[in-house]
Design a protein around this ligand. Structure first.
Ligand SMILES: Cc1cc2nc3c(=O)[nH]c(=O)nc-3n(C[C@H](O)[C@H](O)[C@H](O)COP(=O)(O)OP(=O)(O)OC[C@H]3O[C@@H](n4cnc5c(N)ncnc54)[C@H](O)[C@@H]3O)c2cc1C
Length: 380
């Protein structure tokens, strides 16, 4: 992929920051399951949040390809950190596209990480099938009253603002949902305990319960009844983000495996000299490169205003599956050490798994790919 000078500069800045600051912290953050607030303040100062927000609204106004490249580099450092960047990108894309001028004033504190955000769709009975959500927002004077609950929400234990999908019309199916911007410190909001996860353990995930939470007349984002469509419309970009994150995890695994194979000696020579190990490394490198190109091609389609849905699902599905398989190879190159806590590849393998699950599971990506093929033809 050919990059502009600006894209290379941004990539190099993100790469340097990941190498010097993020990667050295990653093991401790994973072990302690700690939200690195101070790190996010530093990243905000470097302009690493809200990469696609236009300059007129206080962001750097970079394209999706630049976003993909930054996500990969941050994830090479530590996937939880990239995930925070991806979350802010999703929310700020919603605000840029659908927010009123007053709501867009929230972009400044969000990009500065003064206001931490949460993207709240999933409920106990509504995971893949978002149409099953039961959270409701009912008219209450000029405003709304919110009742219900969400689970497995990234940032829920620490967030200040929730972007909450709720039913505003019980009879209208997917056209009866709307998005509300909810102050998570308001009366009636309760947070569940932090979940203890397999990987990406610095990302704080938990439940939110809403009991008669009063929302003002300006709390709704965009039009009533368009919430489902709006949430789904940012998912192409979201999938590019998660696919890039998966590539970054696998790339970190490859780097660690190459280094280890060159230094670990058995039978009197470095294990890198054995063809069995070389082929593992070669397979890792070729699949990572293939995934990277798929991601960057999907990002470029979004930037050119082309229909990118199939490309984004292919990239997300391939990159997620690839990251799980190839970080397993990285563990293999390390032998027993790869299975021991404290070795980077052990964490990378755990961090990779969720990329097959969130932002639409990889079964759902396959459904989308097949649907697009059958609707538009195999060459579209
Ligand atoms: C760490 C983490 C962070 C998360 N962050 C957020 C967040 O910030 N905000 C948010 O709203 N949600 C979040 N989620 C929730 C996540 O989006 C859901 O877990 C995901 O959408 C899958 O839903 P589910 O877990 O209920 O699985 P289910 O929908 O119950 O699926 C179970 C299995 O069935 C398969 N399946 C379901 N339907 C079909 C079908 N039609 N065809 C084929 N297979 C199917 C699935 O692929 C899966 O393998 C997070 C989850 C985790 C674990």
């Amino acid at each position: 992929m050919l990059f502009t000078e600006m894209q290379e500069q941004v990539r190099d800045m993100a790469r340097g920051f990941a190498d010097e600051v993020i990667r050295p912290m990653a093991e401790a953050l994973d072990r302690d399951e700690r939200f690195p607030a101070e790190l996010y303040q530093d990243m905000a100062k470097l302009g690493l949040f809200g990469i696609g927000v236009p300059e007129s609204l206080g962001g750097p106004g970079f394209d999706t390809l630049t976003y993909a490249v930054v996500m990969e580099e941050l994830s090479r450092g530590y996937a939880s950190v990239a995930d925070q960047c991806g979350l802010v990108e999703l929310i700020s894309t919603l605000l840029v596209r659908h927010g009123t001028a007053a709501q867009q004033k929230l972009l400044a504190p969000i990009l500065a990480m003064q206001a931490k955000v949460a993207y709240c769709i999933t409920e106990p009975e509504a995971g893949t099938d978002v149409s099953g959500i039961r959270t409701t927002a009912e008219r209450d004077g000029t405003g709304w009253r919110l009742n219900g609950g969400k689970i497995w929400i990234h940032n829920a234990p620490v967030a200040d603002l929730g972007f909450v999908l709720a039913r505003t019309d019980k009879e209208a199916g997917n056209r009866g949902m709307s998005i509300f911007i909810v102050d998570l410190h308001a009366k009636g909001v309760e947070r569940g305990p932090k979940e203890h996860k397999m990987g990406q353990r610095a990302s704080q995930v938990g439940a939110l319960t809403f009991t008669d939470v009063r929302l003002g007349p300006d709390a709704m984002l965009g039009e009533a009844g368009r919430g489902f469509h709006m949430m789904m419309s940012v998912l192409d970009k979201g999938r590019v983000g998660i696919a890039s994150l998966a590539v970054g995890i696998a790339q970190a695994g490859l780097e660690a495996a190459v280094e280890y194979a060159g230094t670990r000696k058995q039978f009197g020579k470095a294990v890198a000299e054995f063809q069995g190990v070389q082929w593992l490394l070669a397979d890792m490198a070729k699949d990572i490169e293939a995934a990277r190109l798929l991601v960057q091609s999907a990002a470029s389609k979004i930037d050119r205003g082309q229909d990118a849905t199939k490309a984004c699902s292919i990239a997300k599905c391939f990159a997620g599956d690839m990251a799980v398989a190839r970080t397993a190879d990285a563990v293999q190159v390390f032998g027993g050490s790869g299975y021991i806590r404290g070795f980077e590849v052990e964490r990378l393998y755990r961090d990779a798994k969720i990329t097959q699950i969130y932002e639409g599971t990889n079964q759902i990506q396959r459904m989308i790919i097949a649907r697009e093929l059958l609707k538009k033809g195999a060459r579209a």
